[in-house]
Design a protein around this ligand. Structure first.
Ligand code: UD1
Ligand code: MG
Length: 455
């Protein structure tokens, strides 16, 4: 079928009390509108049209950045005169044959399978997605005739007391035949409580022109929740996180508590991984087999190989961690870091833009920045690669088998050659030779007979 999809996303979202346009508020780290576009793309539409309005430039630039090879068109709705008016703005872009599926930029959890069901049941008549709710407040109610046919949708503000009791509601998702849409949309009036052009009034027009309304009912209510305020945003976020956590559990990951993990991006996992409470995953995360992630760790764009153990409260970003490495507790691994297998990065150690070779250890209170460290190296506690002169950054090279004594300052650019040993407390400003002990520290003196001053 020739499928067009229109996403209505022009609303302002006053009740968010935010300078960010509503559809750019994030769920799982991704703007709500982006979620909806992702689902739409999965359906392979011939045309995808987004009706935007409020803070349009910001919406366009954020979304265009997220979809580099985007194949959708933007339609501007200057004044938000109602959902019917919004769809009408898209009319010039729609094909004359086929059908149009309407989605919403602020209903981010709509399920691909539900939309597929709607499309499968399309037979040149209107298809609408309905639901039975206990709390129907705010939704349009579905009116049926005595034979059970849907004849009309009544908006909350236009309902009679009797209609208010109807539990069947309009979710706002529909499929319309393209050749009839212009006829129906041009007949809409704004003669109602909200003085808006209601898209829902098309349902009555469709009924009157005998375009049988087929309804698909959803029982997964979360997928139709629209976000109008921060309460609903949080509600949708928690539901979404619950779904992601369940997916991890189904893939065999052990979670200490499925309600205390947040995923703001994509995570792929190997076998027998364990994730303790309060961990946050952002961007693209890959976990190998037998990975352990300790309490309160934050990981963003990392590749973690088999057998890695991340101890509690470690922050790791844009890094690759080699197999069987041990990180933390309280380690900070910053962008551009690659650790080979079996490395140990300990507490209060910061590593930035550095490569660390097989089996090397940086275990305590150390800064490693812009460095290349070979294999079998031991960097003692409290050492610093002094990589920055206030203007430029320089590189420190520590070759294989080197032992750096505690409290060593390595003033870059500098190379500590293979097998060298640096005495504790040294400040190294020149390259040091292979396999020799280098120390730079003032000689220790004892002042014999020195007396403490008396008070
Ligand atoms: C709409 C339905 C209601 C349904 C509910 C489901 C109408 C008249 N009512 O009500 O029957 O139960 O959705 O959530 O359609 N938008 C525009 N331009 C506009 C107005 C709205 O782009 O001029 C967009 C909004 O950004 C939003 C969507 O359309 O994404 C829905 O608009 P909203 O005002 O939230 O409709 P509801 O009052 O929730
Ligand atoms: Mg409204």
């Amino acid at each position: 079928m020739n499928l067009n999809i229109v996403i209505l996303a022009a609303g302002e979202g006053k009740r968010m009390y935010s300078s960010t346009p509503k559809v750019l508020h994030k769920v799982g780290g991704k703007p709500m509108l982006q979620h909806v576009i992702d689902v739409a793309n999965k359906l392979n539409p011939n045309k995808l049209i987004i009706v935007y309005g409020h803070k349009g430039e910001q919406v366009q630039s954020t979304i265009n950045d997220a979809f580099k090879d985007n194949s959708f068109s933007w339609v501007y709705q200057d004044k938000q005169l109602g959902t019917g008016h919004a769809l009408k703005m898209a009319l010039p872009h729609l094909d004359s044959t086929g059908a149009t599926l309407v989605l919403y930029g602020d209903v981010p959890l709509i399920n691909y399978k539900t939309l597929t069901k709607m499309l499968d049941s399309y037979n040149e008549n209107v298809v609408m997605l309905t639901a039975i709710l206990n709390d129907t407040y705010g939704y349009g109610r579905i009116l049926r005739d005595e034979t059970g046919k849907i004849i009309k949708v009544v908006e909350e503000k236009d309902t009679t007391d009797k209609e208010k009791d109807i539990k069947e509601i309009n979710t706002g998702f529909y499929i319309f035949p393209n050749h009839l849409l212009p006829i129906w949309l041009n007949q809409l009036s704004n003669d109602n409580q909200q003085k808006e052009y209601y898209l829902t009034d098309v349902v009555e027009l469709a009924h009157k022109s005998n375009k049988l309304i087929q309804n698909i009912a959803t029982t997964t209510i979360y997928e139709i929740i629209g976000v109008n305020n921060k309460v609903q945003l949080e509600q949708v976020e928690r539901i979404y996180q619950g779904i992601l956590a369940d997916t991890l559990l189904e893939k065999g990951v052990t979670l200490a508590d499925k309600s205390r993990i947040d995923i703001r991006g994509d995570i792929s996992v190997g076998q027998d991984c364990y994730i303790d409470v309060n961990c946050v995953f952002e961007g693209n995360i890959t976990l190998g087999n037998n990975v352990i992630i300790g309490v309160g760790s934050v990981l963003k764009n990392v590749i973690i190989s088999d057998g890695v153990c991340i101890k509690p409260y470690s922050i790791i970003e844009d890094a690759i961690l080699g197999a069987d490495s041990i990180i933390g507790p309280f380690s900070r691994i910053r962008p551009g870091t690659t650790l080979a297998q079996n490395t140990h990065i300990g507490n209060f150690v910061e590593v930035k833009n550095s490569k660390i070779g097989i089996g090397s250890k940086v275990n305590h209170l150390t800064y490693v920045g812009d460095a290349e460290i070979g294999s079998g190296v031991n960097v003692g506690a409290g050492s610093v690669t002094c990589n920055y002169d206030g203007k430029n950054k320089f590189k420190t090279v520590i070759e294989d088998g080197v032992f750096i004594g505690s409290g060593t300052m390595m003033v870059a650019p500098v190379t500590i050659k293979t097998g060298g040993v640096i005495g504790a407390g040294s400040t190294i400003t020149k390259d040091t030779p292979e396999n020799e002990l280098t120390v730079s520290r003032a000689k220790q003196v004892t002042v014999l007979g020195w007396k403490k001053k008396q008070k």
